[in-house]
Write a protein that binds this ligand. Structure first.
Ligand code: PMP
Length: 436
């Protein structure tokens, strides 16, 4: 295949100049594999970008999108709707944690986060507590790239170039603690007490000024940080004590990644609002959503009936193609048992992943469900990361993994076979040995 002119496209989250010297172009996908422009098969170890949970180009989903495009290409989502939007919301509500049965559609994870933050602020205002405006995030949190999500997020590279961000945002500490928790299998034993940071912020600001706290149940983009045992429960208790809304950002953990439909179910903690995207449509049409507790939703429904209860939405909210893709995706997940498949595979996955302990530069391995992180020793004083070199080596071996800083991440499609997992781990092992 001839390489296209690479000049005009300014690529996101990419070192453009480096990339354009040695581009990596994907041209097809099927099941567990991409095909690249050299015709090579690339085993997908990261479900595209944590999203293609049912594997690539599933015929049922493709057909649903094609048929929908031919039938109803677009429907304005304000003051009218189309049947599949209601159908998809009902199906999602049935999968959701107990009581989280209202669904607001967006087009991405970032939009879901902005929507949830605005919902939290408006909720308190409707209740007559409009002074609750403070938002609390967590260090090393990733909540997308828009101003709200960036502000509550806690990854320095995502924030430092963009000014002062939202006012009135604070952060609790992250839970990453190699001294106490390195090589934990599943939830680490130590760190539930870090949730008490929220109490300190309550003491500092007073609960009456705090609207919501947002965390990822498992922080994905900052390196697969699994919540310590009891940590999320403790956050929930503190929120309940002070009337603060708890938002789980389940953009990565949603749709089967941790062994249940949602991380909230795996960890046994129900938030008030929950953001999702990615796996909602198996990655093939952009779509996100916010789940709200019935009680949060009902609070909005108390004003005069002719008023718009939540003055927010997007042109492409509940887009027909996305709804069709979402419904076919849920059919696929349910028929193939994919939402719980990670719980069946996680023992084997953990064993394989932890066999990397002792390989050159590996200072931690961590996992839950079908998501794992491998942390490498940083290279002192050098800009290039060992993790990125490992990524490049794996790519040459025909295996796609993901890196963030000094951490490698694996998050394979939930259809992965044991041999696929073996190959991913094998490629990483080979790359680490070569690097040494
Ligand atoms: N929240 C979380 C937890 C995420 O992992 C991501 C994306 N990786 C986002 C939000 C943003 O999603 P999007 O890129 O679809 O805007």
């Amino acid at each position: 295949m001839t390489t296209p002119d690479l000049d005009a496209y300014w690529m996101p989250f990419t070192s453009n100049r480096q990339f354009k010297k040695s581009p990596r172009l994907l041209t097809r996908a099927d099941g567990m594999f991409f095909t690249d422009d050299r015709g090579r098969q690339i085993l997908d170890g990261i479900a595209g970008l944590w999203c293609v949970n049912a594997g690539h180009n599933r015929p049922r989903i493709v057909k649903a999108i094609q048929e929908q495009a031919a039938e109803l290409d677009f429907a304005p989502p304000f003051q009218m709707g189309h049947p599949k939007a209601f159908e998809l919301a009902s199906r999602l509500a049935k999968l959701a944690p107990e009581g989280m049965n209202k669904v607001f559609f967006t087009n991405s994870g970032s939009e879901s986060v902005e929507t949830a933050l605005k919902m939290a602020l408006a909720y308190h205002r409707v209740r007559g507590e409009g002074q609750r405006t403070r938002l609390i995030g967590r260090e090393r949190g990733y909540h997308g790239v828009n101003f709200g999500g960036m502000s509550v997020g806690g990854m320095v590279a995502n924030r430092k170039m963009f000014g002062t961000l939202l006012a009135g945002v604070d952060h609790i500490r992250h839970t990453h603690d190699l001294a106490r928790n390195a090589f934990s299998v599943g939830q680490p034993a130590h760190g539930a007490d870090l949730a008490d940071d929220l109490e300190r912020l309550v003491a500092l600001h007073d609960a009456s000024t705090i609207a919501a706290v947002i965390v990822e149940p498992v922080a994905g983009s900052s390196g697969v940080l699994i919540p310590p045992q009891g940590y999320l429960q403790r956050l929930r208790e503190i929120c309940d004590r002070h009337g603060i809304l708890l938002i789980f950002d389940e953009v990565i953990t949603g749709f089967g990644r941790t062994g249940n439909a949602f991380g909230a179910q795996t960890f046994g903690v129900t938030p008030d609002l929950m953001t999702v995207a990615k796996g909602l449509t198996n990655g093939c049409v952009p779509m996100g959503a916010v789940f709200a507790r019935q009680s949060v939703h009902d609070t909005f429904m108390t004003g005069p009936e002719h008023l718009i209860e939540f003055f927010h939405g997007y042109t492409y909210s509940a887009h027909p193609l996305a709804c069709a893709a979402g419904l076919a995706t849920l059919d696929t997940y349910e028929e193939e048992g994919l939402l719980t498949r990670a719980s069946e595979l996680q023992g084997y996955f953990a064993e394989q992943l932890h066999s990397l302990k002792g390989e050159p530069h590996v200072i931690d391995v961590r996992n839950i469900g079908l998501v794992g992180g491998i942390e490498l020793t940083p290279r002192a004083g050098e800009p290039t990361k060992r993790a990125f070199d490992t990524f490049l080596d794996c790519w040459e071996q025909g295996v796609l993994i993901r890196t963030t800083g000094d951490i490698l991440a694996l998050s394979p499609p939930l259809i992965a076979a044991r041999e696929d997992l073996d190959r991913m781990i094998g490629a990483i092992r080979t790359a680490l040995r070569r690097l040494a």
